[in-house]
Design a protein. Structure first.
Length: 270
């Protein structure tokens, strides 16, 4: 099968996570990586680490490559769209991972309606464990849907196709979600220090507790509340911890925090 030229515009953290995913998967032969970034060091790194072919401009990316992965920050979108619009053809597939940039916004910046996939990944993609929601514009071909889903599968363990009106909810849940988990970890590690556990031991036990609990939740037929009750015996240690969290309204704070993130995503998208 002939390989498909795939260009990254922006070669920062998320782009490198995706390049790493592609290069570590059997799809590395299908998608030949090209890269453009305003920062020459970012290009050099991708060339060295992923054997990417360097490009000299956004315009060159679009004139030479069939699939374009837009991995710049949202504030850089206007300049990137301005520099690709001329050479864009109806065959090009744009894959955007930018938070808050809608397909309609991409169309209005370009003044044309190419095939677009909007993806909301998260940082565990850096270790091939990402979770993502994604939406297609209504003109994406079956072949390009297969391309997008194949590429997504190389850096996300879970990816869910959704209507675009759900993407801000995904941003609030799994996009920002790693920060909520790290916040919880920070608090647990602080307590572990106060309880005289050394940092390495506390890190190993905390991390495995999150991994193991998530795996148990995935493999179990029981819901999260039942799994929690299963480890909370009457008068026991867990019960005293959970009672304190309930008194401090931790559950309500987390619920409101996720909703606040969704509302902020809505505002940023306007
Ligand atoms: N990090 C996350 O958790 C996360 C999660 C989901 C989605 N995303 C999305 O992923 C995208 C990339 O995020 P990131 O964290 O990977 O950003 P990043 O590390 O800052 O990478 C962006 C790269 O694009 C370069 N760039 C800026 N303007 C450019 C232009 N006109 N043409 C080509 N390259 C240009 C930047 O160079 P300079 O540094 O020199 O400006 C930088 O090297 C963002 O849109 C973000 O919303 C991120």
């Amino acid at each position: 099968m002939q390989s498909k030229k795939t260009a990254f515009i922006g070669a920062g953290n998320m782009a490198r996570a995706i390049m790493n995913g592609i290069c570590s998967s059997p799809l590395k032969k299908t998608y030949k990586i090209h890269v453009y970034d305003v920062n020459p060091d970012a290009v050099k790194l991708s060339v060295k680490k992923f054997k990417a072919s360097p490009l000299s401009s956004c315009a060159q990316a679009v004139s030479e490559c069939e699939i374009i992965i837009l991995a710049v920050k949202p504030q850089n979108f206007p300049e990137v769209m301005a520099s690709i619009k001329e050479n864009l053809t109806p065959k090009t597939l744009l894959i955007s991972i930018a938070a808050g940039i809608s397909i309609a916004k991409i169309y209005s910046l370009l003044g044309k309606n190419p095939q677009v996939v909007r993806v909301m990944p998260n940082t565990p993609a850096l270790v091939g464990e990402g979770a993502a929601g994604y939406s297609f514009s209504d003109n994406v071909s079956a072949a390009h849907k297969k391309d997008a889903e194949g590429i997504l599968s190389t850096f996300c363990k879970v990816s869910v196709l959704l209507g675009e009106n759900k993407i801000n909810a995904v941003t609030a849940l799994s996009g920002s979600g790693p920060a909520y988990i790290f916040y919880f970890m920070e608090a647990m590690l602080k307590a572990a220090g106060e309880l005289n556990l050394d940092a390495a031991t506390a890190k190993a036990l905390t991390a495995q507790t999150f991994i193991g609990s998530a795996k148990l939740f995935l493999d179990s037929e029981e819901d999260a509340a039942t799994l929690r009750k299963n480890v909370t015996s009457k008068g026991g240690t867990t019960e005293s911890a959970i009672n304190l969290m309930e008194q401090k309204n931790v559950r309500e704070a987390v619920r409101l925090a996720v909703i606040a993130a969704k509302e902020r995503a809505d505002e940023l998208g306007k």
